[in-house]
Write a protein that binds this ligand. Structure first.
Ligand SMILES: NC(=O)c1ccc[n+]([C@@H]2O[C@H](COP(=O)([O-])OP(=O)(O)OC[C@H]3O[C@@H](n4cnc5c(N)ncnc54)[C@H](O)[C@@H]3O)[C@@H](O)[C@H]2O)c1
Length: 379
């Protein structure tokens, strides 16, 4: 980190904006500004997030001369245009997933960032759980043997009732895919990163189990008015609540994934298992201090202990054994790595726009497969 603190600013002022602000401070940056859906909301957010100032618009924020790194934390449909503006103004960018609502735009933004030589990160943050990194070290180090099967799920319940409504439900704001783009993409990023395999073909089925929801329970979003509005009445829903994917990888493994935002009692259950010829590994994001290691000769559940972990898992273990780490620590680790690269131009250890473009391609493959009821190759 350089002597002068980096100045970061956040477009968006919701749940994840606070996580970004706190992670940035932990990494030694200054929260220079924040924007929201209206100047009034931005003012309130600046106060609540401890930002130096509010910006009346996100466009002003991402091009401001007083900002070094832009964090895009708005509803999905706004990501692409804000990132394009930020890169055009020479800013390093951390953009929330999905980077864009189409694969073509995600690829174009990746290309723009590469050409500009700017740091361009996307918070596929679960990679920063030390025990997920330990799983990766074990698979890549060969202790599991060749991977044969990759399986798991990502389940939530916050949209399981007809009264549950959010801007994500509207495809004009959230994008054509909801459950897969929102959370299935995290699962795929994580298992591809852990195994080094790439999903090369897939077949998927999607369901909208609640084709009508009742507005007014949570905020919805109006791009035209640029404001949050609580609307009453029936909302027709076309995006998917649940997804099942079967896949094969480029290195000869196969697998399956179930994604749901309507599974009662499941809050943020990202779980995967990798079955190799010699050992299986299982990781549960809601119990991230543990890694299951299975073998024919006996099973073990490893607790996180930096002294016993592989170098990368130990590096991102910022607390000693027995002092539980969690989601906030993952985010802090990711943002610290991003800022290190911004400061010294060094290695990009974090997930990048290239990974976000891959997630967008997988998302389109899932929707295409569900529509055509066929297997789709993923480039
Ligand atoms: N990486 C992760 O683990 C993770 C977790 C949660 C959310 N996300 C992503 O972060 C983004 C935001 O999600 P959230 O959960 O914080 O949503 P949220 O609904 O809590 O917040 C969205 C915020 O954007 C604001 N907003 C609306 N229009 C705006 C505009 N024109 N300019 C600036 N702000 C505007 C709203 O006022 C609201 O405060 C989404 O893209 C989501 O996919 C990522």
């Amino acid at each position: 980190m350089s002597e002068t603190p980096l100045r970061m600013a956040i477009a968006g002022a919701g749940m994840i904006a606070r996580v970004h602000a706190d992670a940035a401070r932990r990494a030694g940056a200054v929260v220079a500004g924040v924007s929201a859906s209206s100047p009034g909301r931005a003012k309130a957010a600046a106060q609540s997030l401890g930002a130096r100032r509010s910006f009346d618009s996100s466009e002003e924020l991402v091009t401001s001369g007083d900002v070094d790194v832009v964090h895009v934390c708005t509803p999905n449909v706004l990501h692409g245009a804000l990132v394009r503006l930020a890169l055009g103004a020479g800013k390093h960018v951390v953009c929330e997933k999905p980077l864009a609502t189409t694969a073509a735009e995600a690829e174009e933004l990746t290309e723009l960032a590469t050409r500009a030589g700017l740091v361009a990160a996307v918070p596929f943050v679960y990679r920063y759980h030390p025990m997920a990194a330990e799983a990766r070290a074990r698979v890549l180090g060969g202790s599991t043997g060749p991977v044969r099967l990759i399986h798991g799920h990502y389940l939530q319940d916050w949209l399981s009732e007809p009264g549950d409504i959010n801007w994500r439900v509207d495809p004009a704001v959230g994008g054509a895919s909801r459950a897969f783009a929102d959370i299935g993409s995290h699962w795929c990023d994580l298992v591809e990163w852990v195994t080094g395999h790439r999903i090369s073909e897939l077949t998927a089925s999607v369901q909208t189990v609640l084709p009508e929801r009742v507005g007014g329970v949570a905020q919805t979003f109006s791009a035209s008015r640029g404001t949050d509005v609580a609307e009453a009445g029936q909302v027709a829903v076309t995006t998917e609540d649940t997804v099942q994917v079967l896949f094969r990888t480029d290195r000869g493994a196969s697998g399956s994934l179930v994604v749901s935002q309507v599974s009662p009692g499941r809050k943020n259950r990202l779980w995967f298992e990798v079955d190799g010829a010699a050992a299986s590994l299982a990781f549960d994001q809601e119990n991230p201090e543990l890694l299951f290691v299975g073998s024919r000769n006996g099973n073990a559940v490893l607790p996180r202990d930096p002294a016993l972990l592989s170098p990368e898992a130990a590096r991102i273990s910022t607390l000693p054994a027995g002092h539980p780490m969690g989601y906030y620590d993952c985010f802090a680790g990711l943002v610290a790595d991003v800022y290190r690269t911004v400061a010294d131009g060094g290695e990009q250890r974090f997930p990048t726009f290239g990974d976000a473009a891959r997630a967008a391609r997988l998302t389109e493959a899932v929707l295409c497969s569900a529509r055509t009821r066929s297997w789709i190759e993923v480039s």
